[in-house]
Write a protein that binds this ligand. Sequence first.
Ligand code: SAH
Length: 369
Amino acid sequence: MTTKHNLYGLDRGQLEALFQQIGLQAFRGRQIMKWVYHQGLTDFGGMTDLPLTARQWMLEHCTLTLPEIHERFVSKDGTVKWLLKVAAGDLVEMVLIPEKGRNTLCVSSQVGCMLDCSFCSTGKQGFNGNLTSAEIVGQMVIANAYLAEQSQSVTNVVLMGMGEPLLNFDAVLPATNIMIDDHAFGLSKRRVTVSTAGVVPGIRQLQEHTDVSLAISLHAPFDELRNELVPINKKYPIKVLLEACRDYVEHLGPARKLVIEYTLMRGVNDQPQHAKALANLLGSLRCKINLIPFNPFPGSGYQKPKNADVYAFQTVLMQAGYITMIRTTRGDDINAACGQLVGMVEDRTRRQSRYRERLAQQVDVVQVQ
Ligand code: SAH
């Protein structure tokens, strides 16, 4: 038996091509997108403006399958975290951060990560595979279904969950296309952000195909330090990375900015000399800076920065003219913060049950299944 096409994974061009292959006109692909994403219909038989033969073909050859919701946790501050089971049986996480006037969804792109950044718990689990584009889009469908109960929807998507999106380019590109397509989720391209630890060829590839927003996880102004924190820096050092950033922001046009992410770790990269060097390094790059105080996890070997150091760091950057935000930690009580996502893929059985016990004591744990 051949596997069915999971239509959640196909962007408009791919859907049109699929339907053309079976002798239908391209616009049928767009009709289907509207049924799926605007009407929320998953029953091909009910897509009444499509020819009966097309509906029958879809029933046989296509599917609309979502990741399985393994568990859902709701934090006291409204942050929601889902543990999702993907096709390979692995668990990934996504986090929804409701704020005034916006709902940001942080989605995963891989199971684990290859990059092994020294301060990231996902990196510690190693790499267990890529998500498919349908599994990335599926995260959005699941979050929107949850928000629909409150007559809301996801307004912003950041690919800042587990994994390095630019090492799963072939799945990430169609997924972001679907997020910004008016026939699907119709988000503004400014509100869909791919975050990378600095995979330079991926940045170049992204630039060739789309103009969604880009965030760079920089974390250090010096190569020596960055090599330690973000080992892929050895392959694509800061200078090479910033060249790609300049080109990308040029491509975005004068009204848009890049995002620089900088996780602050006490005594490691959070001192005034780092802030000054960062300001010099960025120079005229059109960007805004997000400072993320390190979120500790067991065995990380790093500490949270002191508040005073975080503010001093911000002040240096603001004085140098950069819009600089301090990202407050959300969903602390459900381990939903940056770098804490599925801390537990590695040893699912034991570590995850312990994790759940711990969570159950702290928060309102919603058992979905
Ligand atoms: N691989 C991509 C996306 C995933 S990480 C990237 O590196 O950008 C998303 C963000 O979370 C990155 O900026 C990363 O540096 C940050 N992060 C990871 N672990 C963290 C931790 N323990 N505390 C604070 N931020 C962390």
